[in-house]
Design a protein around this ligand. Structure first.
Ligand code: 8GP
Length: 834
């Protein structure tokens, strides 16, 4: 047992509450200290990698000090906290973000400059924390950022994957995956907590408690340990520092002494090797569910450790368990953390001795659930036999949750057997499956979608019967948002400076409603020129990045037309590349003089395909094949360039997004729940070419429909088109037919490679309605070109759009969650020297 001090701690407390001095000399001192004492370098043997590490560790010292203050304060005042449970946090880099948050960028620039380093180069030494796939994971990162910046007591909980999102290389036009060994060098942005470790059981058997119908003892000797790593989340311009607690797995039978003594050294640690595999890899699927057993075990490890941790913190308050919902709100980021519901029930009933009803009341008042997709292939379901084997106690609890729920419904709607079948948490398939979305819904007091249209759709589809049973009020909308810190202030310094000039200070970074003031600058010729110069500079930065990552030289004076996101059929990168092929065809028909008159365009793609997603990978190959032909066609020159930027990441996005003229968000209506990059592009002064889908709709409402190029069929028309196409051949218009013909004539290499992509449209029912939307898509492209020719009009659109983007700050989203779902208040850290 560690001993506690025998004297009053006030002196220590005073030191810990006074901030480390912010002057350049002190910073230099601490950087050199880390360089020598943490990394065993001398100033004579310093390189940029160690300059980064030493600087980062010195920043981390400050963050950890604030981390302590924040948590000490929130504990002291008994603040209610929100816990955002997510299997993904796509954080990206932290160094620059932290420097800006602490207001120390200039100081570090000076310190590093004094030894001949440029801060930008040092920032480039950091590897992304890529613990997520795409939108869902990046949203989680924006949300913890907003919680910290808005002073909400909130923590993220997740898994510390040893290998994050794979790195994408392009070889011969194909995607090739390489492991993301991001922890190979020291990670300054995590703090290991061996003192915060919990045992997590799997398999085993149950022994019924003779005194209680609902209580069981779960016995198993397969036990892993989940150890915490804390990742501080810097709050911009506030002392508050948030936290993401990530679990890493190891066995708790660390060392088998018997094996060791018998000379089996490898076997002695064998358990540990197997255990680590649980948190070794992030599943690289976005919007699909592949139902692997290892994934289920990851999910449970995550949920169990998180629930134990939340309860451990709660117990320190000595308040009765019935008050848990007064101190903790838990948000389920999609269904992946849903086992938290039966796990909390298990602990409350089996370990704490509460009755079923008491436990259920506490659980449902604590949890809330966000749905992020309605794609059927993404819906999480677990076979009952698998769950029963790995988590026998939880399977039993899920059965009981279902039984009591169905009994209630039966009372409400007597005799409606079909209804009971439809809403049952257990699907009567062979084998039976647990429908995790239904479990999450039944176990939560609020369920939300992520954009207005999406929240409406889920009420009319997957949760239709639940709305009838549990009432309209439970189902709400919380439109997504993005962090203005990362997605403007950090990634677009020149435009940020202009906004700061107009607002008078940088307070807009934490209050995006202030960008409205830009509207007052619409007539200011000088301002408009500087606005455009900022955009132009960002385009040059991207052109440079394209050159270094692909070797392709593009003109920064062309229209930059960008589609960057995960490669998925519903997102329709295929439609985009078909339109590029058609454009290429048109250009080839023109005389050199006619081509001169065209708006030169660079079409930019980036995004990863899930490693097992063959169609998506063929789309990447097609894009690269088209790029190769078009880019080497001397007749075409700069009038059309096609680029696939490899290894899309948060850091790449920070270069790509500020440089767009047009960005494409062209999902089949009703399929993209929200989208968040659409918000980032517009916030950075780019214009959207998009379908009437997801958050595009609300963006259009906010910025005005003249500022957005909409096309395509509407969500309510999709079913009819699909129905028609199930029984009838699609009729591609002449433009789409031209694209097919060119591919089939081997213009882009072996047509056989791409025939399946065409077949999916012509023979496979064209599920994503490319043939339906293509004509209006081509028309929209023409409209974009016309508008772009009118430079003045374009600049007006750009400024107006940014000015009207306040709604899409994640600070707004988090405030809405805080008020309507979590019932928590901002708690800025007070009474300290910081
Ligand atoms: C994504 C949605 O596709 C995207 O529209 C939205 O902006 C984002 O979530 C954040 O809300 N959904 C997913 O990535 C998703 O549902 N993934 C899991 C089901 C596997």
């Amino acid at each position: 047992q560690p001993k506690t001090p025998s004297k009053d701690d006030s002196e220590f407390r005073d030191y810990s509450h006074s901030e480390i001095s912010r002057d350049v000399a002190t910073i230099k001192n601490s950087v050199v200290m880390h360089l020598t004492a943490t990394f065993l370098r001398t100033p004579a043997s310093i390189d940029s990698a160690h300059a980064y590490l030493a600087s980062a560790f010195s920043v981390r010292d400050r963050l950890l000090q604030r981390w302590n203050l924040t948590n000490e304060y929130h504990d002291k005042i008994g603040a209610k906290r929100v816990y955002y449970m997510s299997l993904e946090f796509l954080i990206g880099r932290t160094f620059d973000n932290a420097l800006l948050a602490l207001g120390l960028r200039q100081e570090y620039s000076k310190v590093l400059g004094d030894v001949g380093f440029c801060l930008e180069d040092i920032i480039d030494e950091e590897r992304d924390a890529a613990l997520g796939n795409g939108g869902l994971g990046r949203l989680a990162a924006c949300y913890v950022d907003s919680m910290a910046c808005s002073n909400y007591p909130g923590w993220g909980y997740g898994l510390r994957y040893k290998y994050g999102m794979f790195q994408q290389q392009i070889l011969n036009g194909y995607q090739v995956e390489a492991p993301d060994c991001w922890l190979d060098s020291p990670n300054p942005w995590e703090f290991p907590r061996p003192d915060v470790t919990y045992p997590v059981k799997f398999y085993g058997h149950l022994v019924r408690d003779p005194h209680s119908e609902h209580r069981f003892k779960w016995e198993s000797n397969v036990v892993y340990d989940a150890m915490a790593f804390d990742v501080p989340v810097p709050g911009y311009g506030t002392t508050n520092v948030g936290n993401i607690r990530l679990w890493s797995c190891k066995t708790n039978t660390l060392f088998d002494l018997n094996k060791f003594n018998s000379g089996d050294y490898q076997g002695a640690t064998g358990g540990q090797v197997a255990a680590q595999i649980l948190t070794d890899v992030l599943y690289p699927n976005d919007n699909t569910n592949d139902g692997k057993e290892l994934r289920l075990r990851q999910e449970y490890l995550f949920c169990s450790a998180t629930m134990q941790d939340i309860l451990a913190r709660f117990r320190k308050t000595n308040r009765p368990l019935s008050e848990l919902p007064d101190l903790a709100a838990i948000q389920l980021n999609d269904t992946h953390p849903t086992l938290g519901v039966p796990e909390l029930m298990r602990i409350l009933i089996d370990d704490e001795g509460l009755s079923w009803d008491e436990a259920w009341d506490i659980t449902t008042r604590t949890f809330a659930f966000t749905n992020h997709t309605i794609l059927p292939e993404a819906m999480e379901k677990w076979p009952v036999p698998m769950l029963d084997k790995i988590l026998p106690r939880h399977m039993g609890i899920i059965y009981d949750i279902n039984l009591f729920f169905l009994q209630k419904v039966e009372k409400q709607f007597p005799g409606d057997r079909e209804l009971l079948n439809k809403i049952s948490i257990i699907e009567e398939s062979n084998p039976q499956q647990v429908r995790m979305a239904f479990l999450a819904c039944v176990g939560s007091h609020k369920v939300n979608g992520v954009a207005a249209i999406h929240s409406d759709i889920i009420k009319q589809t997957i949760f239709k019967d639940f709305v009838r049973i549990q009432g309209e009020d439970k189902f709400i909308n919380k439109t997504n948002g993005v962090s203005p810190r990362r997605w403007m202030n950090e990634c677009n310094p020149d435009m940020s400076d202009l906004i700061t000039e107009v607002v008078g200070d940088r307070s807009w970074v934490n209050d995006l409603t202030k960008v409205k003031q830009l509207e007052g600058k619409l007539e200011d010729v000088n301002f408009r020129e500087r606005w455009w110069a900022a955009k132009q500079k960002n385009k040059e930065r991207l052109a440079e990045y394209i050159l270094t990552t692909t070797g392709i030289k593009v003109s920064a004076h062309a229209l930059f037309d960008i589609q960057v996101k995960r490669i998925h059929e519903y997102k329709r990168q295929l439609m985009n590349i078909f339109s590029v092929i058609y454009r290429y065809h048109l250009l080839k028909q023109m005389s050199p003089e006619q081509r001169e008159q065209e708006v030169p365009r660079v079409v930019i793609f980036a995004g990863k395909a899930a490693s097992g997603y063959w169609v998506a990978k063929q789309v990447i190959k097609l894009i690269n094949s088209v790029a190769e032909v078009v880019n080497s066609d001397e007749e075409i020159g700069d009038v059309l360039k096609v680029v696939f930027i490899p290894d899309y990441s948060v850091t790449a996005a920070e270069v790509i997004i500020p440089a767009s003229d047009i960005s494409q968000h062209i999902s089949t209506a009703g399929t993209e729940a929200s989208g968040t990059s659409n918000m980032k592009f517009v916030l950075n002064g780019g214009i959207i070419l998009g379908t009437v889908d997801g958050a595009n709709i609300e963006i259009g409402e906010e910025i005005g429909e003249e500022q957005i190029f909409f096309f395509g069929c509407l969500a309510h028309e999709v079913e009819d088109f699909r129905h028609y196409l199930r029984f009838n051949q699609p009729k591609p218009d002449s433009a789409l037919q031209t694209a097919f013909d060119m591919i089939q004539r081997n213009t882009f290499g072996d047509a056989q490679l791409f025939q399946p992509l065409i077949d999916a449209i012509m023979r496979g029912g064209d599920v994503y309605l490319l043939s339906v939307d293509f004509p209006s898509y081509i028309e929209a492209h023409k409209a974009v070109e016309e508008a772009y020719r009118n430079h003045d009009e374009w600049v007006t659109k750009s400024i107006l759009s940014v000015a009207r983007m306040a709604k899409f700050s994640s600070d707004r989203s988090i405030q809405e969650y805080a008020e309507e779902v979590w019932n928590i208040e901002p708690q800025p850290v007070l009474n300290c020297g910081l």
